[in-house]
Design a protein around this ligand. Structure first.
Ligand SMILES: C[S@@+](CC[C@H](N)C(=O)[O-])C[C@H]1O[C@@H](n2cnc3c(N)ncnc32)[C@H](O)[C@@H]1O
Length: 219
């Protein structure tokens, strides 16, 4: 499948363009906002996730047992930090993102030997794991904007995720609350996830911009 990474500017050009009067804005929020303005359909939000959303996505994971965790669409690391905070010392977190500016950011900002950032599309999850000798992840946390994705790409990603999740593992995914109005397209994420997972539970998180539903999926 074709990668979209080439649509993003290099991390150097991003750093240059967010320099203001010689001082560089290195906060995750400004980088995230800037990248969203360049490509809102790929970044899928104007702001990183809140700590409440990060907690809701992490809670369903059994961190006492999880050894391999994969994060899809890591962005500036809002959820990554929460996962690392909860993970055991011997566990590994693979953080996948298609945007090189976000990969450079987390490489600089998150210094943790359990964390492995991977530049590339989530649709290549299987090959990322196989290259590292891993068959299945114990948990997958996805922030991918499935709503704004093309149907073929999102189906391919979910096939990969379901195939590479351990049988007793868990996948968490969120979707921003949508406004329903006649004529507006409405993507039912829960129904879509049900095509791949036997059990899909949901929880609403209002303390996020925008508020979101978190789906917890089991095979
Ligand atoms: C809504 S943002 C979430 C960022 C971060 N996890 C957070 O919650 O603040 C979605 C992220 O998915 C990434 N992304 C979009 N399409 C992707 C794909 N096909 N494969 C991997 N990452 C992708 C974007 O670059 C962006 O960082």
């Amino acid at each position: 499948m074709k990668q979209q990474a080439h649509r993003h500017p290099s991390s150097e050009s991003v750093t240059r363009s967010i320099s203001v009067h010689g001082s560089r804005l290195h906060t995750g929020h400004s980088l995230f906002f800037f990248q969203s303005l360049r490509s809102l359909t790929v970044t899928a939000s104007l702001f990183p996730s809140s700590r409440f959303l990060a907690a809701a996505l992490s809670r369903p994971i059994d961190f006492t047992r999880a050894r391999v965790i994969v994060e899809l669409g890591m962005g500036t690391g809002a959820i990554t930090r929460e996962l690392l905070r909860r993970m055991q010392p011997g566990a590994v977190l693979y953080g996948v993102d298609i945007n090189p500016a976000f990969i450079t950011h987390v490489e600089r900002k998150i210094r943790d030997s359990r964390f492995v950032p991977i530049l590339g599309g989530a649709e290549r999850l299987g090959s990322f794991l196989h290259q590292r000798g891993i068959r299945r992840a114990d948990a997958i946390v996805s922030s991918l904007g499935l709503t704004s994705m093309g149907p073929d790409l999102r189906s391919h990603i979910l096939e990969q995720a379901a195939e590479h999740l351990s049988r007793d593992g868990v996948l968490t995914q969120y979707q921003y609350l949508q406004v329903s109005a006649p004529g507006l397209p409405h993507f039912r994420e829960r129904d879509f996830l049900r095509e791949y997972f036997r059990e899909v539970a949901s929880e609403r998180v209002i303390w996020n911009l925008p508020p979101a539903n978190v789906y917890t999926c089991r095979l």
